[in-house]
Design a protein around this ligand. Structure first.
Ligand code: MG
Length: 336
């Protein structure tokens, strides 16, 4: 990598000044490893011992698109991009075995930012026992992007796809709905000098924290697979949109439970109002809770049944809400 650092007098050290070897030395020194990493960072590739089929997924975040520096610290970004990847593994019933991290940034980026990014990655890596086994650095003219590739395996030996939902099954969620979106909404409104009512300040701060650094219970993925989940994914683009993916892949209809979901929205309503609260629950993205279909009555304890799976009618696969097909909502990278 060749980057031209242009730090002014008194500025913090930049990536350009530190150089690739210095940056990588910094980054990998902060990370832990496991015995299955036969060759770690520093050689041409890593060498990882595996127990069978390998899950592989990748997800990137771009400054200005996927995070704003005003709202998210480098540590938040590092933690979030890893969690997004591990949630995809969990959504198959899997667990992570290794992470590959790529940072693309201008030479003028403060080295401190990259170190804190690594700190966020290292925190999730240590908490989940999934080591960083390699990475890459590349320079840009200004864009900052962080990409993570996660490798994983299936403890139960069975991958849970999106296509296994069958009529009569329950659709259930592990964890929250709408919390990340509620946090984003609080951030947006606070930019316009709006603040949550005093008695909700703490709970609203919790939503913001979850938006910046989601913390879903990923152990529920393998648990769901063990419990006979028929189809599963993580809620990354909103309940309606993600349930729609199960509906399409499984050629079924999903009927969402109005009463249960109105209850979920009730948490946000006193702060955000009824309409926004329901939007958060139905369309809020980046939640990374797991959404799965189980044979009727067999959702594991702690999961919340939010709908039922039915035969498609003449209208074809889709998601129904209050007797109508639910469309749109949720985040689309290119549709906005
Ligand atoms: Mg996913």
């Amino acid at each position: 990598m060749s980057v031209a650092g242009e730090a002014g007098p008194g500025d913090a050290v930049t990536l350009g000044e530190l150089g690739e070897a210095g940056i990588l030395g910094d980054i990998f020194a902060a990370l832990t490893t496991t015995e299955r990493v036969l060759v770690g960072p520093g050689d041409d590739t890593a060498l990882l011992a595996t127990s069978g089929p390998v899950l592989a997924t990748t997800d990137a975040m771009v400054r200005g698109r996927d995070w704003l520096d005003e709202w998210s610290s480098a540590r938040d970004v590092g933690a979030k991009v890893v969690v997004q990847n591990l949630a995809d593994l969990a959504a198959m019933g899997g667990v992570g075995t290794g992470l590959l991290v790529t940072l693309i940034a201008p030479g003028t980026l403060p080295a401190r930012w990259a170190r804190e990014l690594t700190g966020g990655i290292a925190e999730v890596s240590a908490a989940t026992g999934v080591p960083v086994i390699g990475g890459d650095l590349s320079s840009s003219d200004g864009a900052v992007a962080v990409s993570v590739t996660a490798l994983g395996e299936l403890p139960g030996g069975r991958a849970v796809l999106r296509s296994g939902a069958a009529p009569g099954a329950d659709l259930a969620v592990s964890g929250s709905l709408g919390r990340s979106a509620a946090g984003l909404e609080v951030l947006r409104r606070s930019d316009a000098d709006w603040w949550p009512p005093q008695e909700y300040a703490e709970v609203a701060a919790g939503w913001v924290a979850y938006h910046c650094r989601p913390d879903p219970d990923l152990s529920q993925g393998p648990r769901a697979a063990d419990s006979g989940a028929l189809a599963m994914l993580d809620v990354s683009d909103g309940l309606v949109r993600d349930a729609g993916r199960i509906a399409t892949a499984s050629s079924v209809r999903v009927d969402l439970d109005e009463e249960v979901l109105a209850g979920s929205a009730g948490v946000y309503e006193p702060v955000l109002g009824a309409r926004t609260a329901l939007d958060c629950v139905l369309s809020g993205g980046e939640e990374h809770s797991l959404l799965a279909a189980f044979p009727a009555g067999e959702a594991p304890r702690g999961w919340t049944v939010v709908g039922t799976i039915a035969e498609t009618g003449a209208a074809g696969p889709g998601v129904w809400w209050r007797g109508e097909r639910a469309t749109g909502g949720g985040w689309d990278h290119f549709g906005g």
